[in-house]
Design a protein around this ligand. Structure first.
Ligand code: FE2
Length: 244
């Protein structure tokens, strides 16, 4: 399986603090059947000052450690970009990392604040689309506005956004409302991928299998498998070509 959203790099955000913790997360991912992880440190100006310049060398260090420990996990990288006006100049100066491409557009993992959908979010999405960047919206099932009213997602569906549902939310790790929303988003056919959004071995582990099992119940085996294999691979394959 391919995990497109996880925090596995040490010391860059609220994921693992040490290399040992990172390696433990990577081992857990492999145990779960994950072969490729695209690490996505928070890119959140004012909170986590990450961008393409510091993420790439951190990935290189973790890849070396994985090789030294014989842990068979291929790493790609991108970022989880918090929606804000500050990201516009970052996009224009090439500092925002992308996952890869979907139908000729670059894919950006875009995060709304959990508290609400900020006014003007649709404008920012349109601005990105005009630049051939397609947002992959992170964990919509945990946004408070969406938890109150699923219909708040409609305009983003109509704009053509992709959606990343968190596997653990489908499995009930984030409470009943998030679980219900996750099930609705998957059943509606809006989910493009399931991802772990892993941060630690406790409440937020690098595990896709439990969410996949729920998706199989909802969609059947082939459509559920597409959420953890075909679709994520379609987005990120370019990062791994030549590395295998
Ligand atoms: Fe995340």
């Amino acid at each position: 399986m391919i995990d497109l959203h996880c925090h596995l790099l040490p010391g860059l955000d609220d994921g693992p603090d040490t290399l040992e913790e990172s390696l433990a997360l990577c081992r857990r991912a492999v145990e779960d059947g994950i072969t490729h992880s695209v690490v996505t440190p928070h890119v959140h100006p004012g909170r986590y000052a990450n961008d393409a310049r510091n993420i790439a060398p951190a990935v290189a260090l973790l890849r070396e450690a994985l090789a030294a420990e014989d842990i068979p996990l291929a790493l790609g990288f991108s970022g989880e970009v918090r929606i804000s006006p500050e990201i516009l100049p970052m996009v224009q100066s090439g500092l925002v990392p992308f996952h890869g491409e979907w139908e000729g557009r670059r894919v950006m993992l875009l995060e709304f604040p959990h508290s609400h959908l900020p006014p003007g979010s649709d404008k920012l999405v349109r601005w990105l689309l005009q630049r051939d960047i397609i947002p992959l919206i992170a964990h919509p099932e945990r946004n408070k506005d969406v938890m109150r009213d699923l219909a708040r997602l409609h305009e983003f569906v109509q704009l053509g956004c992709l959606f990343q549902v968190t596997a653990g939310a489908l499995a009930g790790r984030f409470g009943e409302v998030a679980e219900q929303r996750a099930r609705e988003i998957v059943t509606a056919g809006w989910a493009t991928v399931l991802a772990s959004d892993a941060h630690n071995l406790g409440a937020r582990p690098p595990v896709l299998s439990e969410g996949l099992a729920v998706a199989v119940d909802l969609l059947g085996e082939p459509a559920a498998r597409a959420l953890v294999q075909e679709n994520p691979w379609r987005i990120v394959a370019s990062q791994f070509r030549g590395a295998e």
